[in-house]
Design a protein around this ligand. Structure first.
Ligand code: THU
Length: 143
C-alpha cells in the first residue's frame, strides 16, 4: 500500500473524531504486515484526561483483532504544522509496534514527513527493561 493511500484512510477516519473540547480533529491509519489497515480518531471526554488519541485507537483496534506486526502509521489533522504523536502514543506504539514502525506525519498542505518511531522516541523504556535484575541483562552490565 502506498503512503498516500494510508493518508487518505486517515483523513476519512478524522471525520469521525469526537473533539468538542479542543476542536482539534485527528485521524490515524495503521498498516499491518499482512496488508490490513485499521483506522482511528481522537475521542475526547468531559473529564479531559480520559481523552484518547487517534493513534492509540487505531493500534488498539488492530490488537483487539489479533494483529501484532505493523509497517506504518499515518497521522492527519487540519493543522498547518506536522501533527506528531504525543509522548503517550509514542510509548504505546514503541511497545506494541516497535522501533522500526514507519511514522507518516502530514500537514494541512498535504506534505508528508516520514520517520522511524525510534527517531521520535530515542532511548525508550521497553519490555526489555523489565527483564533486568539489579541492572544486569543476560550477565552483562547495562550502560
Ligand atoms: N491528539 C491526537 O489524537 N493525536 C495526536 O497526535 C495529537 C493529539 C488529540 C488529543 C486531543 O483530543 C486533541 O488532539 C488535542 O490535543
Amino acid at each position: 500500500m502506498k503512503h498516500d493511500e494510508l493518508v487518505k484512510l486517515a483523513l476519512k477516519a478524522k471525520e469521525f473524531a469526537y473533539a468538542p473540547y479542543s476542536k482539534f480533529k485527528v485521524g490515524a491509519a495503521i498498516l499491518t504486515d499482512d496488508g490490513e489497515v485499521f483506522t482511528g480518531c481522537n475521542i475526547e471526554n468531559s473529564s479531559y484526561s480520559l481523552t484518547i488519541c487517534a493513534e492509540r485507537v487505531a493500534i488498539f483496534k488492530a490488537y483487539s483483532t489479533g494483529k501484532r506486526k505493523f509497517k506504518s502509521i499515518a497521522i492527519v489533522s487540519d493543522a498547518k504544522n506536522y501533527t506528531s504523536p504525543c509522548g503517550a502514543c509514542r510509548q504505546v506504539l514503541m511497545d506494541l509496534a516497535g522501533e522500526e514502525l514507519e511514522v507518516i506525519l502530514t500537514n494541512s498542505k498535504g506534505r508528508k514527513k516520514i520517520l522511524k518511531l525510534k527517531e521520535l522516541l530515542p532511548l525508550p523504556f521497553s519490555s526489555k527493561d523489565l527483564k533486568t535484575k539489579g541492572g544486569i541483562i543476560h550477565g552483562h552490565h547495562r550502560v
